[in-house]
Design a protein. Structure first.
Length: 121
């Protein structure tokens, strides 16, 4: 008899463990602890737009970011501060202006890869 229940088609019908794989992988799963914070920071549409803008231009001042995302400078500053606190962006002050850039090439790559993936889908 063929099972047509869709909820069961994408799951194992029996429970059998591969002990060797489990022993190899289970201790390493904790390596990703804390990484969810990075994705949480980028899961906000406004912060992702800001991060993307910073992949297109090496450095932007808070006023530039506000104009790009269509917000107040206070809102842009809030999101930039969160990105900085999450280790995704850095800033430098020049006189009365504050300029932001991505923390490193890894952040640039994450945003770029996510964009490429979404365009392929």
């Amino acid at each position: 008899m063929k099972n047509t229940d869709k909820s069961l088609q994408d799951s194992c019908e029996v429970t059998i463990y591969d002990e060797e794989k489990i022993e190899k992988i289970k201790p390493r799963v904790s390596d990703v602890e804390g990484v969810e914070l990075l994705f949480k920071a980028l899961s906000d549409a406004t912060r992702l737009k800001i991060a993307y803008a910073l992949t297109l231009e090496e450095e932007l001042c808070v006023c530039d970011v506000a104009a790009i995302i269509g917000s107040t400078t206070a809102t842009a500053s809030h999101h930039l501060r969160l990105l900085r606190n999450m280790g995704l962006a850095k800033y430098r002050k020049k006189g009365k202006m504050v300029f932001y850039s991505l923390e490193d090439e890894h952040v640039h790559q994450l945003v770029s890869i996510a964009l490429i993936h979404s365009q392929e889908g």
